[in-house]
Design a protein around this ligand. Structure first.
Ligand SMILES: *Cc1c(COP(=O)(O)O)cnc(C)c1O
Length: 382
């Protein structure tokens, strides 16, 4: 079971011992019978600590990211919160990239700043700026999101991780956009991988979740303790749904990549209406070379700037028909989002503010001709 696609289907999915059910049951139970006080069956006791369905998902996630430990949470933000509380203490400092998910920025700016965790924002692609951002003895964590949300900036995971380690800081990579099928940050030197499994891992816009995967045992123990002590765990049913979806991740990602590349090529050719297309698979994308090195495909997300500003951007959003105007991403269905007022509204007035002429697409796995036809009719309407 060495290949990714095979592990995605078979890790922690042995047929049920008792009935032979090919798919193990969903363990909708909160507590487990003990055979005498303290004599637990396979370590299961109370389900804030561990549940068999969640444990199976965690095992699969660890295998796919090439990590020793994985923890599954009720949302991406709950997983981020566990990383922050597990790794940091009041007085510590964090370096954030200048383009990232608005909610992650908000967690630092609006929640943890008041609890004594400081941060600075830097262009992590600029070596001097990154070096200058470290506060001696205080910077404990560098947070990378690559490709970033929503501008698809690519950050060099190996290089930034090496710089962070030189300063005794830990790197976290938000791998939500790439998925472990296209990019495995732990193999590139990162310390912690984070996912909003709500997106590609879940893949069908029907289950919220988050995950943390890592190799460092000390950090894993701290995050495990937060998961247990605070309790933002994924439910058995949510864990099962996510695990079920992971089995088709490779198939879905291949199609997402193909469709997004086709859309990027199409949009780039509409030079009278579109200013720039942000997709790492385009050769003129500033991060194309690094992406080609650290990813095995360029993903299903892209953004573009329209000529004509905010009004035109909003018109594109409302003219699309196959693309549903909605937050979130990574599902089988195509979605369009206006970051400045939707996903990234909380970044307005901050260094991460998204320009008002940017439209973001989550390109689904529908037939490419239907996707392109929808974009063509929306652009014609301008
Ligand atoms: C959605 C998202 C998150 C937050 O995860 P939730 O599951 O919504 O809590 C974090 N990072 C990225 C890149 C995301 O897209």
């Amino acid at each position: 079971m060495s290949e990714f696609e095979t592990r995605a289907i078979h890790v922690a999915q042995d047929p049920d011992e008792r009935t032979g059910g090919v798919i193990p049951p969903i363990y909708m139970t909160t507590t487990h019978k003990q055979d005498g006080v303290g004599n637990l069956r396979n370590g299961f006791e109370y389900n804030r600590a561990a549940n068999p369905t969640r444990s199976a998902l965690q095992e699969a996630l660890a295998s796919l990211e090439g990590g020793a430990f994985a923890f599954s949470f009720s949302s991406g933000m709950a997983a981020e919160d566990a990383i922050i509380r597990g790794v940091l203490k009041p007085g510590d400092h964090v370096i954030l990239a200048n383009d990232m998910y608005g909610g992650s920025y908000r967690l630092f700016a609006k929640v943890y700043k008041d609890w004594g965790i400081d941060f600075s924002v830097a262009d992590l692609n600029n070596e001097n700026e990154l070096e200058a951002a470290f506060v001696d003895g205080k910077t404990k964590l560098v947070w990378i999101e690559t490709p970033s949300n929503p501008l698809m900036t690519i950050f060099d995971i190996a290089k930034i991780s090496a710089t962070a380690h030189k300063h005794n800081a830990v790197t976290v990579v938000d791998n939500t956009f790439a998925t472990p099928y296209l990019q495995r940050p732990l193999e590139l030197g990162a310390d912690i991988v984070f996912h909003s499994t709500t997106k590609y891992l879940g893949g069908h816009s029907d289950v919220l979740g988050g995950a943390v995967i890592l190799n460092n045992e000390d950090l894993a123990k701290k995050i495990e303790f937060i998961q247990f002590a605070v309790g933002a765990v994924s439910s058995p049913f949510d864990s099962w749904l996510t695990h079920r979806s992971i089995k088709t991740l490779a198939l879905r990602m291949d199609r997402h990549c193909f469709n997004a590349q086709s859309v990027a090529n199409y949009l780039e050719a509409q030079t009278d209406l579109i200013e720039v297309v942000y997709y790492p698979g385009l050769e003129n994308h500033p991060g194309h070379q690094i992406a080609a090195r650290q990813m095995s495909g360029f993903g299903g997300m892209l953004s573009f700037k329209v000529k004509g500003g905010e009004a035109t951007a909003k018109k594109v959003c409302s003219s699309l028909k196959l693309f549903t105007l909605a937050e979130s991403l990574g599902g089988v269905e195509s979605l369009v989002n206006y970051p400045a007022e939707m996903t990234h509204a909380s970044a307005n007035g901050t260094p991460l503010e998204v320009p008002r002429d940017v439209v973001r697409l989550s390109v689904g796995v529908e037939h490419i001709s239907d996707i392109l036809a929808d974009l063509a009719q929306a652009l014609e309407a301008l």
